[in-house]
Design a protein around this ligand. Structure first.
Ligand code: NDP
Ligand code: GDP
Length: 324
């Protein structure tokens, strides 16, 4: 069989890097879309961490630029497209609601349009999110649970989600939406709470800081490992029919308890260092998320493999190593 080509938007992000690694191990030619900023230097930290920078082909392009996307699709003729690019930080989305809507919402439609025009038989993956459940309508969220977005980010992602469903139904395109619950790793951005905690714990352990400032530590999340979750993305594009799937662990934990795991692992007393800072509270909160991934388990054979404890340990260790 000839080599498959995959296009990943957001290849420089957490999931993009792990997904690129997975696809390379499967023999794919991997192209990654990288938006041009003020210099031609690309943020390669995550690809470097995984040692795969030289194995991927990076192409200049932006989710906001349909004509550029059309040209890229024309040139590389991808078999599979993973749309992971986004303004993905919920808190920032209140400060930049329009940019978030353009990149995380309309950006998906730009990719879908480029495919519809140039390569309609390409398989498309949309990075949807459990944030779409927001003010939860059912205690356990599945593909059938109604959505109630609570941030500009979630509203933008919900638009992209329904447009993915719409392109599948209107144009018979193989377009899937993966509704992924929070997933983390040593490659998670520092602004997200797990990485902020593991980096903070490592700094305190090294004597570089004395306190860690957090917002709402009563919030609960269903946290999994990004390395496990990118396998689900790939599996979704290998089925007979396109469909949407919830990807989650089925366990929910408070920010407080997640934080305690990190402090305990480093041999530190959380109470001596944790400070609650109103600056990190949000205009509207998603209090609890808990996913039901039974459809993915039954149809994709997918299951979360990494426990929260093991993941937090891996993240603390990586942050200690970075500081050494
Ligand atoms: P990251 O924030 O780590 O990565 C986002 C990527 O999008 C970066 O590579 C970024 O590039 C790129 N990007 C931003 N703006 C543009 C643009 N205008 N054009 C092209 N690319 C752009 O996110 P994650 O890897 O954590 O998540 C991947 C996807 O999954 C995102 O869409 C996210 O919203 C979604 N998701 C994530 C979850 C999670 O828990 N991690 C949960 C559910 C969904 P640059 O670095 O150059 O800015
Ligand atoms: P999100 O679920 O995509 O918003 O992922 P985050 O990791 O950004 O936040 C997860 C939860 O942690 C949310 O309920 C936040 O309100 C809560 N949280 C508490 N303190 C902080 C903090 O200092 N930073 C972040 N990012 N989140 C925090």
């Amino acid at each position: 069989m000839s080599q498959k080509t995959a296009l990943i938007t957001g290849i420089t992000g957490q999931d993009g890097a792990y997904l690129a690694q997975l696809l390379l191990s499967q023999g794919y030619h991997v192209c990654g879309l990288v938006p041009r900023r003020s210099t031609s230097e690309v943020n390669l930290v995550r690809l470097e961490w995984l040692g795969i920078t030289k194995e991927v082909e990076l192409v200049d392009g932006d989710l906001l630029d349909l004509s550029g996307l059309v040209r890229i699709v024309q040139r590389i003729q991808p078999d599979e497209v993973f749309n992971l690019g986004a303004q993905s930080f919920v808190k920032t989305s209140w400060d930049q609601p329009i940019l978030t809507g353009q990149v995380s919402g309309l950006g998906a439609v730009n990719v879908l349009e480029a495919l519809r025009l140039i390569k309609p038989d390409a398989r498309y993956y949309q990075a949807s999110t459990s944030e779409m459940y927001g003010l939860i309508q059912e205690p356990l969220q599945s593909e059938k649970t109604p959505f109630y977005p609570r941030s500009p980010y979630a509203a933008a992602k919900l638009y992209a989600h329904w447009m993915t469903v719409n392109y599948r139904e209107s144009f018979d395109m193989y377009a899937c939406s993966g509704i992924l619950f929070n997933h983390e790793s040593p490659l998670r951005g520092l602004e997200f709470v797990t990485r902020k905690v593991t980096d903070g714990v490592a700094r305190i352990k090294k004597g570089l800081e004395t306190e860690l400032r957090l917002g709402n530590i009563d919030a609960k999340r269903d946290w999994g490992h990004a390395r496990d979750y990118v396998k689900a993305m790939w599996l979704m594009l290998q089925q007979d029919q396109a469909d949407d799937y919830v990807i989650a662990t089925g366990r929910t934990t408070t920010v407080r308890d997640m934080c305690r795991i990190a402090f305990d692992y480093a041999g530190l007393n959380m109470e001596e260092h944790l400070v609650i800072d109103p600056a990190f509270f949000r205009p509207a909160e998603v209090d609890i998320l808990l996913g039901d991934a039974s459809k993915a388990r039954a149809q994709l054979g997918w299951e979360a493999e990494t426990s929260l404890e093991d993941m937090i340990k891996e993240m603390v260790e990586a942050d200690l190593e970075r500081l050494s």
